[in-house]
Design a protein around this ligand. Structure first.
Ligand code: FAD
Length: 417
């Protein structure tokens, strides 16, 4: 039976007014699945495309703090995150003989260990599990072309297929290639003069539930952290001038790591052996992404692809989750995507800028050149960890006042959808 003229007109009018429905997200790590969860909850039809054949579960302990903790609660995932706790009880700053010069327990307001301490891979799995029945995930594929017009976006995939979506969001990390298809060369990578290698190694006799931070001379730091899998998460970090970093190719990183760790002392030989044999080393220069705009028509950026703050900020995961939550909320509460993207950027940019503004001297201040510099730094950590200073810090920081901390950092909008 045919539709009446009035009904046809009403239905055309309605379809012109409705919000975009089909959203494609590129990247299934932290930002992608968080965005997929919220958009699906708000009624969008969501597809996530991930370049890897499976979730990438590597990486170290990451930060779920401030407003991200609130998002975890809103998603009903706090228990799952707590259950995946890494078991780390705090951080010791050790000397070459493995004596703890200073220790910050998990309860210290200034400590490295977070209340919701979790491995990056565990958080990725939890976010994926929370969204996988709501969104359509496709692995082992990626976007090769984007053409937008008044009605939508034509997407070409590496697998050879093409498809149309209303909106496409890049959530595919600091090295995103989709970003270039969206906003060209506008975003820039700001190298911070630091290189980091992350790897998982067998647990050794000296490993405990403390993270152990060892500062070597020649601007090098080794960090060994416990995990909840019976292994140890190691990272080796060193300063490298920009001109040397710029010349590096992927073939150079193993020889470079082996050269840089020589004569570092402490447990350096243990890592040096791993640099020969470990086949899952994540190595990269540490830097920030700065993008003058986060959207172009029907295309938008979020997470590290848009505004990576660098791991030294301690806010990479938090910003990725907050950005995804805000982007979804703005799309759900605006009739047109242009206003939604503008509001997303207006709300989030001041917070991103404050996080990207690193304290003076970060990161080089904790990378002394000489052995004397290492001695002085360890003494400074010892003073900071002393009872007197902790009491003083306690006057200014209330780690147990979570709601105040979450709101002071970023007042997460409540989207009434
Ligand atoms: C393997 C890995 C290990 C990490 N380890 C640490 C760590 O130890 N400490 C730390 O602070 N941070 C680490 N990070 C970075 C951290 O996850 C991010 O800084 C932060 O959580 C923001 O997440 P994101 O979702 O924006 O980006 P990312 O976490 O970088 O995720 C991007 C996702 O997009 C996928 N992808 C990339 N290109 C494409 C493409 N063209 N098409 C489709 N998908 C694509 C990637 O495979 C990845 O799954 C790691 C990232 C990865 C990918």
């Amino acid at each position: 039976m045919g539709m009446s003229k009035e009904l046809q007109n009403a239905s055309i009018h309605y379809s012109m007014q409705t919000k975009p429905q089909r959203v494609l997200i590129s990247g299934a790590s932290i930002a992608g699945p968080t965005l997929a969860y919220w958009l699906s909850k708000y009624g969008f039809d969501v597809t996530v495309v991930e370049r890897s054949a499976a979730l990438r579960l590597g990486g170290q302990n990451i930060d779920v703090n401030g407003p991200a903790r609130k998002i975890i609660r809103l998603m009903g995932l706090e228990e799952a995150v707590r259950a995946a706790n890494t078991t780390e009880i705090g951080t010791q700053f050790v000397d070459a003989d493995n004596n703890a010069e200073a220790a910050f327990s998990k309860d210290d307001p200034t400590g490295l260990t977070q209340e919701l301490e979790i491995l990056r891979g565990d958080l990725v799995s939890i976010l994926y599990e929370a969204s996988r029945t709501k969104a359509n995930y496709r692995f082992d594929d990626y976007i090769t072309g984007l053409t937008q017009d008044a009605d939508g976006v034509g997407v070409a995939f590496n697998s050879g297929t093409t498809e149309r979506f209303d909106l496409v969001i890049s959530a595919d990390g600091i090295r995103s290639k989709t970003r270039k298809l969206m906003v060209g060369d506008e975003p820039t990578f700001h190298y911070l003069g630091l290189c980091s290698a992350y790897l998982t190694i067998p647990k050794g006799p000296t490993d405990t539930n403390w993270a152990r931070w060892y500062t070597a001379d020649d601007r090098r730091v080794i960090l060994l952290r416990p995990d909840n899998k019976g292994t140890t998460r190691a990272s080796f970090n060193f300063l490298l001038p920009e001109d040397e970093y710029a010349k590096l190719t992927s073939a150079d990183y193993r020889p470079l790591l082996k050269e840089k760790i020589q004569n570092a002392g402490w447990e350096a030989p243990r890592l040096a052996r791993e640099f020969d044999t470990n086949d899952d080393i994540y190595f990269d220069g540490v830097g920030q992404i700065k993008a003058p705009r986060w959207s172009n028509g029907r295309l938008a950026l979020t997470g590290d692809a848009a505004y990576c703050p660098a791991p030294v900020s301690g806010k990479g995961t938090t910003l990725a989750m907050v950005g995804a939550y805000v982007l979804a909320g703005e799309l759900a509460t605006h009739t047109n995507y242009q206003d939604a993207f503008a509001s997303y950027e207006q709300r989030l940019r001041p917070y991103v800028e404050s996080v990207q503004k690193l304290p003076p001297g970060v990161p080089w201040i904790v990378y002394p050149k000489s052995k004397f510099g290492v001695f002085v730094l360890n003494k400074a950590f010892a003073v900071a960890a002393s009872d007197t200073v902790k009491k003083l810090m306690g006057l200014f920081t209330k780690k147990d006042d979570k709601h105040a901390e979450e709101e002071a950092e970023f007042d997460l909008p409540a989207y009434d959808v």
